[in-house]
Write a protein that binds this ligand. Structure first.
Ligand code: NAG
Ligand code: NAG
Length: 391
């Protein structure tokens, strides 16, 4: 009886549900196409959006989003670099979407690096034209700032000379700033450089062709100079010419207890970055040049610091490392080959890349920021150094 009662009760209970179902299928029949069309609409929307994303040149799926962000901004900021870094208009990829306002220097696939062309990153294949080798003999620097810059970019050098390259003593330590150049332009450019160096004694020049694709050579020549002309320095930094550098904070950081005196490479660390294999990317590296799918851990090229025993080791080990045109990742490769790895800075947030706006308090705390122009550097520096607490 209980069961029957249950059963009947159950029957009774299911009746409203049945009714509802019936109602849905019978009476609400008119709503069915409406639901269906909503569904179809959403489906089409999703399809359209995915099609757009997949075809968009802004998103390359072989690049990690963070790397993409860096690389994207890296190429947009190249707009501020001198014409030397720009590719001939006929090689430029037609700008689309977000790129519309930027001139993208791109590597035309025909000039894409091939093994032989880039085989020459070993710095001792080149010769110094200017080397200012006395600068490290008269004094023993604590820190040497090495700035790769295009020969014609006098404006960037002058801005640095008035700002972070100005003081030869920072926090009681000797700091030296030098510019690294290759060859470009004719005899007139060369003569101007000679004059500039006579006056400033801060140019290092070597006889390789100064081009964007030769940045690895430039970096390795920096390492060679440090190893052979300035071995007595304690630390060195490779720092791009469009950077804001808070030298005080850097010297303070390097004097912190526990900062290694040897085998030390620090900056903004990049982990597990995939090698870019799409042929029309500026960072394309063919498999025969670099077979692994990812780069070893490296420090972003905008500015990285080394203990000054490392340059000599990089030069030595580079004999056995096939060069490729991504200079910062190449240094990462040298580290790996040496059985070493980059170290996070004591406060990683001091190595900043892209800034949105100037903030005096913020700039008083950081070590690096990428800037848009030499004028910005001069303005921000002047503001930071004015009297009164920055925060
Ligand atoms: C790089 O420099 C070498 C040596 O000066 C030169 O032969 C080569 O053409 C340069 N490569 C590029 C792509 O500029
Ligand atoms: C941009 O890329 C070049 C090499 O491709 C490197 O030398 C430079 O330091 C990079 N800048 C940043 C901010 O990563």
């Amino acid at each position: 009886m209980g069961v029957r009662g249950w059963g009947s009760g159950g029957n009774q209970l299911t009746r409203p549900a049945e009714k509802a179902l019936k109602a849905l299928t019978d009476h609400h029949c008119p709503k069915k196409p409406l639901l269906l069309s909503w569904f179809l609409f959403l489906l089409v929307l999703v399809l359209l959006v995915s099609c757009y994303i997949l075809s968009s040149p802004l998103l390359q799926w072989d690049i990690h989003p963070l790397q993409y962000y860096h690389r994207f901004l890296n190429q947009t900021r190249r707009v501020n670099l001198p014409p030397l870094y720009r590719v001939h208009p006929k090689h430029r990829v037609k700008p689309t979407g977000m790129y519309e306002t930027t001139e993208r220097p791109t590597v035309p696939p025909t000039v894409a690096p091939t093994g032989a062309r880039f085989h020459q990153a070993y710095p001792r294949n080149y010769h110094f034209i200017m080397d200012n080798q006395e600068v490290c003999k008269t004094e023993t620097p604590f820190l040497v700032l090495m700035v790769p810059v295009a020969p014609k970019n006098v404006a960037a050098r002058d801005a640095i000379r008035q700002t972070w390259g100005k003081d030869s003593v920072v926090q009681g330590q000797v700091v030296l700033t030098l510019f690294m150049l290759g060859l470009s332009g004719g005899a007139d450019v060369q003569e101007k450089l000679r004059q500039e160096n006579l006056q400033r004694h801060d140019l290092i020049q070597s006889d390789f062709m100064d081009t964007y694709l030769n940045l690895t050579i430039k970096t390795m020549v920096i390492m060679d100079w440090l190893a052979t002309r300035c071995r007595s320095a304690a630390y060195a930094m490779k720092v791009d010419s469009d950077m804001f550098l808070n030298v005080d904070n850097l010297v303070v950081m390097l004097q912190k207890p526990g900062i290694p005196k040897v085998d030390y490479l620090t900056g903004m660390l990049m982990w597990n970055r995939p090698v870019i294999r799409s042929k029309n990317s500026k960072w394309f590296v063919p498999e025969e040049m670099y077979p692994e799918p990812q780069y070893p851990t490296y420090t972003l090229g905008m500015g990285y610091v080394v203990s000054n025993d490392l340059p000599e080791k990089f030069v030595e080990v580079s004999k056995s490392i096939k060069p490729f045109n991504i200079e910062d990742a190449y240094i990462g490769m040298c580290m790996k080959k040496l059985g070493l790895a980059p170290t996070s800075p004591p406060n990683p947030s001091q190595f900043k890349a892209y800034n949105h706006r100037y903030d005096r308090c913020e700039y008083s705390k950081i070590i690096t920021y990428i800037l848009g122009s030499s004028q910005q550097l001069v303005e921000y520096w002047r503001d930071l150094k004015k009297p009164g607490p920055p925060c």
